[in-house]
Design a protein around this ligand. Structure first.
Ligand SMILES: C[S@@+](CC[C@H](N)C(=O)[O-])C[C@H]1O[C@@H](n2cnc3c(N)ncnc32)[C@H](O)[C@@H]1O
Length: 415
């Protein structure tokens, strides 16, 4: 019976039981069975299959709403610059169109709004649509009242500028809230963008990881159609290789996970051969950041490795350059050589984990991140990456433990 429920969730919201972990779905089903007092799963299935309302309640119980303000801060820095460029290109002919989908409880679209306002844009120069399948999280976004969990990085100066502290948390200014239109939306709905103009900037982060491959491909194609020719798509770090494989081009700024449409290829002069299979352009590797010193202040969950400023920096800088140039195999080889010459090192294993992620080999990536953590229990990036995978695999408790460890004062600052 649980298989029927899994299939229903997949067709309704794209959720792939394998990627999120079956136990997460089972837990949500048990929670709903208790809530409506139906102890037998057969009876629950009968209710569920005939009730859109119960289906929505199950969706609410199963989604992962994890988010926080200025998650991957570099992407918001990049957005501010790109938005100014785009406005100049448009010459004031219309406001910028942006979308955050899924927006969860609002931290992402509101971060977009704050980044643009702080960059000097007037509210009339842009508009942000924010959609999510969960009404519960949208309600939180409408309230605009946030607890400490929504502020996980440094610096927090944006909180001083745009929030008021009050009982129960920090209330977001109405000026920022007015820049965002919140509404229910399902990324799988084929009519979702019907009649909508394309967007200059699309944020679709940390949802594709819960879909199976055909659904990921379908969704990315739909996002590409909805992206303006000069637009930018921001996705999550674990999703970057998917974007590359679907023909999008990394914009080439580290830690932004930002992509644009590949330029149209010139039509070859020879006669067309409609039935011949077409070769796809080779996938572009996801951009990987080079090593950065531990003292850099702004990162929440940076992808960069943390290494002391020694000659080792040169080695990892080279590995980063190779990876960013799409030369994954050479980058891999450099790591192996480093291991052979210098013995086991957390940094080498961390990089092998990242390179495994680039190749979409999650199992191998996790194994390398674990090795890195074994050698350096405070390796923040390995902790964060492994946590993201565990979260996606349906082990939120283990993921939270790792996230907490990654944020201990020795390796990161907290508010
Ligand atoms: C991990 S959060 C991501 C939030 C934000 N984009 C970020 O990266 O911080 C995932 C969100 O996806 C939403 N979601 C799940 N399936 C969806 C679908 N098919 N369409 C729209 N939203 C969906 C969930 O309700 C949840 O709020």
């Amino acid at each position: 019976m649980i298989e029927h429920i899994e299939r229903l969730l997949k067709s309704r919201i794209g959720l792939d039981a394998e990627s999120i972990g079956r136990s997460v779905i089972e837990r949500a089903v048990r929670q709903r069975m208790n809530a409506i007092g139906q102890p037998a799963i057969e009876h629950y299935w009968t209710t569920l299959s005939g009730s859109p309302r119960e289906q929505q309640a199950l969706v609410e119980a199963v989604v992962v709403p994890e988010t926080w303000f200025f998650r991957y801060p570099e992407s918001f820095n990049a957005l501010a610059g790109l938005a100014l460029e785009r406005l100049a290109q448009l010459g004031g002919s219309r406001p910028l169109r942006l979308i955050s989908l899924p927006c969860s409880s609002g931290e992402e679209p509101y971060s977009i709004a704050m980044a643009l306002l702080d960059a000097g844009l007037a509210p009339s120069q842009f508009h942000i649509d924010a959609l999510d399948v969960s009404d519960k999280v949208l309600e939180l976004a409408r309230r605009g009242l946030y607890g400490r969990n929504s502020f996980r990085g440094q610096p927090l100066d944006f909180r001083q500028r745009h929030f008021h502290e009050q009982a129960g948390g920090f209330l977001l200014d109405a000026r920022v809230r007015a820049c965002v239109s919140l509404r229910t939306g399902n990324l799988l709905d084929p009519g979702l963008f019907a009649g909508q103009a394309p967007y200059d900037f699309i944020f679709c982060r940390n949802l594709l990881i819960y879909f199976d491959r055909p659904t990921q491909v379908r969704v990315l194609e739909s996002l590409k159609r909805q992206l303006h020719k000069g637009g930018t798509l921001f996705i999550g770090p674990a999703e970057a290789s998917l974007a590359s494989q679907s023909g999008l081009q990394a914009i080439g700024r580290q830690q932004t996970f930002a992509f644009c449409l590949a330029p149209a290829r010139p039509v070859p002069p020879q006669a067309p051969q409609p039935s011949a299979p077409r070769l796809r352009p080779p996938p572009v590797a996801r951009p990987i950041a080079p090593a950065r010193p531990r003292s850099q202040p702004s990162a929440i969950a940076p992808v960069v490795p943390v290494v002391p400023a020694t000659r080792a920096d040169d080695a990892w800088q080279t590995v980063a350059e190779l990876a960013n140039a799409g030369r994954t195999e050479q980058a891999w080889q450099r790591c192996q050589e480093h291991l052979q010459t210098h013995g086991p090192s957390a940094e080498a294993y961390y990089w092998l984990g990242l390179l495994s992620d680039v190749q979409n080999n999650v199992e191998q990536a996790c194994a390398y991140y674990r090795k890195a953590i074994y050698l350096d229990p405070q390796h923040r990036e390995a902790l964060t990456h492994l946590a993201a995978h565990l979260q996606a695999q349906g082990d939120p408790n283990a993921a939270q433990r790792l996230y907490r460890r990654a944020q201990t004062p020795e390796v990161g600052k907290r508010d």
